[in-house]
Ligand binder design. Sequence first.
Ligand SMILES: [Zn+2]
Ligand SMILES: [Zn+2]
Length: 182
Amino acid sequence: MSWFLTTYRNAVRQRYGWNVTLTCMKCASTNMPRYEGASPNNEMNAGDDVIIYARLACPQCKKRLIDEAGNKLVELFRDVSIPEKNARIIRDFIASLIMVPLTLAFTLFIGMRMGWWGNNAFALLVASSGLIPLLVMLMRYRVALLRSRCSCGKPDYVIMGLLNNIACYHCASCGKLLPLRD
Ligand SMILES: [Zn+2]
Ligand SMILES: [Zn+2]
């Protein structure tokens, strides 16, 4: 079980970062911003629902680049849709959320009619409540695997932020953009 949890945590772990140039609204210079660590920031006026994780500053005039980063994230990811594999994982997950309780209810019903279990039925019901978090973990694990590969052969995905609840990843090796929903 602990092996399972370690594998899961390693797979879903995020690496924060920013590897895209920004144009400072104050001094108008375009540079790779200075990266000062990560903390969620949703103060920008980008119009969409945007959260930026990188704390960025202009290397020329030291201005904090909050709106600049928010606008850039929208500009980069607005027209990029999540991969078909990601959409399929979400569909599988929703189907499993419906099928698992249905199958269980059916099994319980048949089991009680056939006299397979008496009081055990309740225990089975309690055990099944643990299945939902497991389904969520499985879904998030499968989504996380999508960013463990890249067409460049050196996958190095950092998360730049969230755009309308879609995680925006950027391959630090090749610059590929990868929006993922989980
Ligand atoms: Zn500046
Ligand atoms: Zn890549």
